[in-house]
Design a protein around this ligand. Structure first.
Ligand code: AMP
Length: 279
């Protein structure tokens, strides 16, 4: 596997190759796990060259301590990527990705998408995500970009960015990889104790509880029951929201005429975990 840390070096390396070879790109913040591996395997299958980036993007954190505590284990990441036979790792530093400084970021007209659901609880988050993914796309010019449904709204945001920038890159969404307990795999799970990891499966159980009751109860009733499941597992609920799976509009109650998605965020042992399921 080739490892690049400088944008100019990877641009020069890819220049002759990108004429006739397809490039698959998997952006990550590292601390790689089997969820990331799903995306990398999908890219390896579809493309001539697969590039994974590892970069903990400061501007998408709205909480400094969350940023500082984000796990960084590049040596382990390299091993996992080599085992998967990834072609290229791009692991730049902040200066490479923000040549004009972090205060001079391009702004993206994301509309409501920026402020609803996750956006309401994480101001600025989706501007940071949009900038960094767009910047990577400008450097790597990938044919396909692979993103996980675990970050459901992020997929909609990046689709919008590709549209705004008239990019030729195609976004390929990949399903959420879960542990046997149902817990969605996440780099943040590394910060949980063994007991916290066991209890964290309750987030998925709470969502499944809401989904399975939709024929007999209202969303509001099921939300209360879901909160009891979470509380009894020491979760602190931030939000569980029912929305239209296509345009992410918030729904007050179940509506069998539209595709629905449940999205959630809750704190376990001070760690913010997210999950979502189709309803
Ligand atoms: P992250 O490193 O957490 O920023 O994630 C990098 C990419 O991997 C994003 O597109 C995530 O949605 C995706 N991802 C993270 N966890 C999972 C998972 N459990 N299953 C599938 N994709 C995932």
């Amino acid at each position: 596997m080739y490892i690049f840390k400088e944008r100019e070096a990877i641009i020069q390396y890819l220049k002759p190759l990108s004429q006739d070879q397809s490039i698959g790109f998997v952006p990550t913040m590292g601390a790689l796990h089997q969820g990331h591996a799903t995306l990398i395997n999908a890219s390896l299958k579809d493309n001539d060259i697969t590039i994974c980036s590892v970069f903990v993007n400061p501007t998408q954190f709205n909480n400094v301590s969350d940023f500082k505590k984000y796990p960084q284990v590049l040596t382990d990441d390299i091993l996992l990527l080599e085992n998967l036979a990834t072609d290229i790792l791009f692991a730049p530093n902040a200066h490479e990705m923000y040549p004009n400084g972090q205060d001079n970021m391009r702004h993206y007209e994301l509309g409501d998408l920026e402020f609803i659901l996750e956006g309401e609880f994480r101001p600025g988050h989706f501007q940071g995500v949009s900038y960094i993914v767009d910047e990577f796309i400008q450097i790597l010019k990938p044919t396909n970009i692979y993103m996980g449904e675990k970050d459901y709204q992020q997929i909609a945001v990046i689709k919008k960015v590709l549209e705004l920038t008239r990019s030729n890159t195609k976004l390929v969404p990949c399903p959420t990889k879960r542990a046997e307990s149902g817990l969605a795999m996440s780099s943040r799970n590394m910060r949980l104790s063994d007991q916290g990891t066991r209890k964290a499966a309750a987030l998925q159980q709470a969502l499944q509880h809401i989904k399975s009751g939709q024929k007999t109860k209202t969303f509001a009733q099921l939300l209360e029951e879901a909160n009891i499941i979470l509380l009894s597992n020491d979760f602190e609920l931030e939000h569980i929201i029912l929305c239209n799976a296509d345009n992410l509009e918030i729904l007050e109650d179940f509506d069998s005429n539209v595709p629905m998605r449940l999205v959630a965020a809750a704190y376990m042992e001070g760690v913010r975990l997210i999950d979502n399921i189709g309803v």
